[in-house]
Every structure is written in C-alpha cells, then in structure tokens.
Design a protein around this ligand. Sequence first.
Ligand code: AMP
Length: 542
Amino acid sequence: MLGTMQEWPLLCHKIIDHAGTCHGDREVVSRSVEGPIHRTNYREVRKRSLQFAKRLTMEGVRSGERIATMAWNTWRHLEAWYGITGIGAVYHTLNPRLFPQQIIWIMNDAEDRMLFVDLTFLPLIEKIAAEVPSLRKIVVLTDAAHMPATTLADVICYEEWLAEADDDFDWKSFDERTAAGMCYTSGTTGDPKGVVYSHRSNVIHAMTSVFPDVIGMSSGDSMMPVVPFFHANAWGTVFAAPMSGARFVLPGPGMDGKSIYELLTKEKVTVTAAVPTIWLMLLQYLEKESGKLPDLDRVFIGGSACPRSVIDAFQTKYDVKVRHGWGMTELSPIGSVCVLNADHDELTPAERLDVQCKQGQPFFTVEMKITDDDDKERPKDGKTFGRLKVRGPAVVDHYFKRRSPEQFGEDHWFDTGDVAHIDEHGYMQITDRSKDVIKSGGEWISSIELENLAVGHPQVAEAAVIGVPHPKWDERPLLIVIRKPDQMPSREDILGFMQGKVAKWWMPDDVVFVDSIPHTATGKILKTELREQMKDYRLPDA
Ligand code: AMP
C-alpha cells in the first residue's frame, strides 16, 4: 500500500520560489567584478532568475543541455544557476584555475552549448573558444558600460541579453531526478570526470546542510560562501542559504585576506565556508592588522585537512566555532562534519582539539564504512585504516558518459579513493588518499597526519609528505617544507618539534626545504607532480 500524501518533486527552483516569497526582503550582497558592492534581495533574484529562464528558452535551449559558467560568486552567477535549472537545463561550472587544455577537454566532453563568463576570464575564453565547437553563444556577465572589446564572435553583454525577456514565465516541471548541475573532478590522475547532480540530490543536500550539526543555517544568519561556486557544487550553499532564508554575502573576485575580512566585518557575516588555505591567509591578515571577528559565529572548513593550529586560532583567539567537514565533488559535496557534543564534555581542551581534527560523523543520508582491498569491512576502532566507502541519495552513482566498475560496486558503495579510520562513535578521520598513503614495512603511514604536525611548527609556512623508495622498508616518508618569510628553521628543529608526537617509525627520514609546492586547481597539494620533482632524491641511509 502506498502512502496517501502528495508527490511534490524536489526541484531546485522551488528553493528560490520559497526564498523569494517568504524571505523576499533578505539581502543578497555581492562584491561585483566591476568593483563596487552590489545589493539586491531574494525577491529580485527570483524575478531575474525567471527572466533568465525565459531568455534561455528564447535561445532555443532545451532540457538536458549543458550551459557553462566561468564566474565568481555574485548575484548574476546565482540567478544563472536558478534560471538554467528552472527549464531543466544543466549548469556546468568551469574552474578557471585549470590548464586551458583541460578546460577545452572538459567543455568538449560536456558539449557545452552556451557560456556565461565574468570579465576576469574573458581573455582566457578568447584563447580557447574556437576549440569548443558545441559553443554557440558567449554571454559576458556585465552591463553595457563595462562591456569590453573582444575578438570573439557571438558575444553579448549579460544585462542587454537579459533585458530581451521579462519575468512573466512559469518554471518548467519535470521529474526530480532530472540533471540540474555538472562539475568535473580535478583529474589529478587521468582525465577529469563529470559528476551530474540531480534536482533531487541538490535539494536533499541543501536540506541536510542546514541541519544544526552540518553547516547550520537559519533566517537569522548572514552566510558567506568564500568557496567558489565552481568548486564542488559550491558546497551546496547556493541552495542551502536561500532555502533557510539566510542573508547571502558573495565575495566575487575578492579572495585576498583584506577583502574577505572587509565583508566578514562590514556585512556582519555569521557563518562562512572555505578551504584551509583561505583561512590560513585570513588568520595571517588578522594577526598583522590586529583584526577581530565580532559577528562571526562559525566557520566551515573542508576540502583538505584543516591544520590543528587553524582550528585552535579561530576558537581561542577569535571566539569562532570551527566545523571541520569532509566532502568531494562526487557527493554534492559534503559527506561528514565534526561537531563536538555532550560526549566530549569531559575532555581536556587539547583532547577536544584532537577530536576536531577529525572529519567527523556522516549526517543522516550519508552511509559510511571502511574496507580492506578485498572489500571486507574493517573495524571501527579509531585506529585501523581502510578504504573509505560511502552511499546515499547525494552520492554519485556513475560518471557522465562513463561507468567504472571498480569504483561503483553493485551494492552502490562508492569508493572515495580516501583512506580513513572510523571510531566507535562514527567519527571518521581521513589519513590519506589511497594513492598517497606511505607503505612502510607492510604498515601504512598517514602523509596528512605528518603534514598537519609539521605545519604546527611556528616557522613552517607549508609542508608536504611523500613516500620515497627505501631498500628495506619499501617506502619511507620525506618531509618537504616551505619556511615562513625570514625564518630559517633547520631539519633538526623541525624533526625535534615532531618527535614524540607520532610513533617513532612514522617520523620522516629527512626534511627538504623548497620555495614552492605544486597545487591542484582546487588548492590541494599535487603529490603526483611533487613525486616527479623528487624522483632523483635519495634518502640519507638508502
Ligand atoms: P574535491 O572533489 O576537489 O573537493 O576533492 C575531494 C577530496 O578532497 C576528498 O576525496 C579528500 O581527499 C579531500 N578532502 C576533502 N575534505 C577534506 C578534509 N576535511 N580533510 C582531508 N581531506 C579532505
């Protein structure tokens, strides 16, 4: 027997309808690409999204067609997402930090039909547009006054394009499993792979993001996603903030410490989200300028392991709560969050910090386990490492145009490629990527744990650990360090600092000082490249 309740499809545009109707006056504040701060509200964003949707249909865009965006977080980018999804088309965010050849490859794989691009990235698009034959029109996200001269054909200024339609439009209606958005993995191994989010997965993920123990958002909040919309589905914030009615503050191209600080304080942001490198930069800025964060209540940190020193600084110096989360493009993207609860009341401050360095518990809708290489589940004892596998309604089932049997088992457990342990309370801690874990004498050493420890040294700016060949142990850890400006810590200083904080056999065999460490387009250490750079290095005793 079926229930007798209504079928109400979970569609993205229902979110902006809700925000526009129930939280219509709530501000959407953006640092525009042209410079000034721009102010609008959810009522206007909804109206312009409807206008956008109508204008797209005038282009002949049909359901399922991919519409690319290469843009900062602004109100125009926001209305583009809702306008695109509102007719069943698919927003496809492009990461401008990728190599041009990768962007061309991705756009051709996605067969993008139109592109909405910020002024910042027009020179890049001028170089590559000819190599994307599916692309029929490029819309520059600006007004007539700022429209630059360009060598491209079929280019139009956004405000003029949008003005050709009015907002008298009804959203299209369709199955909630319809594709809504698309994002490619960063492709550190092999070609990038497309993940296609559905309306249903986006709406479910937004509902879980606003849970108090996830990002947590309400109509009393001012939410600022510093994480770009083009990184892993904007961490779901484009849907979660309007769904909760939170005021939305969008940093546009201002990604430096000063610009972020300015918005955090002037716009009284209460909750924000970004990768650890952004927060390291902000903390350095605060230190230098004696800044304060009186309105900020919590900061969501994910994308790579958050150093203990960052969690500690936010909490003890600035009285800001830290939510350390784990996720990935393949998950919409948040999968777990670390929140302290009554179970931790008895712990000392140092022990509480230990817990907060973990990536935390999966929330309702995410199932999680660890297995060995033969798919046998490993114990949840907080020590034993295993391959991290997840499943749920906002977890990828297969990649765009591809099905890979190794990653998607018949039981739908997705192998994340991460290595983790899970404790008896379900708190998960990432110990490595499966490709980066150091296999020494048949045991696994976590490169991430060693990196976190090394960056805790006050004179270390950044650290990376890779496994290098060893005749007896197969691999041993090598620590690669960038020193802070004007600081000259020695190999012995750093190893001495780490001594006693990890098992003896985990200690790096050597330290190499460098001026730079390669990163991926999403800010992660590019270990493949680092291993290549260090291929001629020999350990002292090897
Ligand atoms: P991306 O799809 O670019 O967001 O990358 C996802 C990957 O980033 C994950 O599979 C993890 O390896 C890593 N990652 C994300 N969040 C964390 C975290 N809090 N700690 C450690 N690694 C993380």
